[in-house]
Design a protein around this ligand. Structure first.
Ligand code: GTP
Ligand code: MG
Length: 262
């Protein structure tokens, strides 16, 4: 059985893994490279979660979509986080791939759907049909190929067109391939770009794993906080129980079967 399959089987059969429990809000990578200056869960979210800790609430869910040029490293990024593996050989994503990661955030079950889209132009319209309803958009570029940074604005616009006021991340991949001097130069340009496209910047390496888990924990903290605040707002007040979502775990895993679209 492959490493990836073993990891998936573990997730399908067990409760939330110990390394998916989030009790503290993660900081941004760089104070200048973010528009989300939040450094903790909102007080109303913390208090609502505490009040509901012992009662049954439905699994909450956010949808994250990864976009970016061909071979910038989107799939490797997802595989490093979800399966802790890295493959040096390039295998182009055909259409879109799908993963679900189960978390416990402040004691509340939370699922993150991760939609890994193809960068190849010929799959663009298929991949674009999966942008709809995204809560998080992750725009990737390759830090060892600065040309890919010039395309991120277009990727962001396309992905955000059909998303739900998403939280946007700008992720610079392959940090291990550049030296410190180049990194500082790329980082400056990426922070400027993040400001321009209203995103939060993170440099990562899927080969070494640098910043991969930190980024996902930050992403989950932000999207969870926003989801609960939206629910509290919809329910008009923190005294009500956190609303449940209509999609069940079963629905999520059934969707996983349909992940290849062409
Ligand atoms: N050194 C290094 N290589 C990486 C890293 N991330 C990805 N790669 C390599 O870059 C190539 C492309 O990676 P993928 O993750 O398949 O790229 P992708 O963005 O998913 O590509 P598409 O599916 O075609 O859009 C592969 O050969 C990877 O091994 C990294 O962090 N460091
Ligand atoms: Mg891919």
């Amino acid at each position: 059985m492959s490493e990836k399959r073993i990891s998936s089987t573990r997730k399908m059969t067990s409760a939330v893994a110990k390394d998916r429990v989030i009790s503290r809000f993660s900081k941004a990578y760089h104070a200048e490279g973010t528009l989300y200056d939040q450094s903790n869960f909102s007080p109303s979210v913390t208090s609502a979660c505490e009040q509901n800790r012992t009662v049954t609430v439905g699994v909450k869910l956010s949808k994250a979509v990864l976009v970016g040029d061909v071979a910038v490293g989107k799939t490797c990024f997802v595989n490093r986080f979800c399966h802790d593996i890295f493959d040096r050989d390039y295998k182009a994503t055909i259409g879109v791939d799908f993963e679900v990661e189960k978390f416990s955030v402040l004691g509340v079950p939370f699922n993150l759907q991760i939609w890994d889209t193809a960068g190849q132009e010929r799959f663009k319209c298929i991949a674009a049909s999966y942008y709809r309803g995204a809560n998080v958009v992750i725009v990737c570029f390759d830090m060892s190929n600065i040309h890919s940074l010039t395309h991120v604005q277009k990727w962001k616009e396309d992905a955000c067109d059909n998303a739900k006021d998403p939280i946007v991340f700008l992720v610079g991949t392959k940090k291990d391939l550049i030296n410190e001097h180049t990194f500082l130069d790329v980082e400056r340009k990426a922070i400027d770009m993040a400001t321009e496209i209203q995103a939060e910047f993170w440099p990562i390496s899927s080969k070494t794993g640098e910043n991969v888990k930190e980024l996902f924990f930050r992403l989950v903290g932000l999207t969870f906080d926003k989801a609960v605040l939206d629910e509290l707002d919809a329910n008009k007040g923190p005294s009500k129980q956190i609303g449940t979502i209509s999609i069940s775990n079963k629905d999520v895993y059934e969707k996983k079967e349909k992940k290849k679209c062409c």
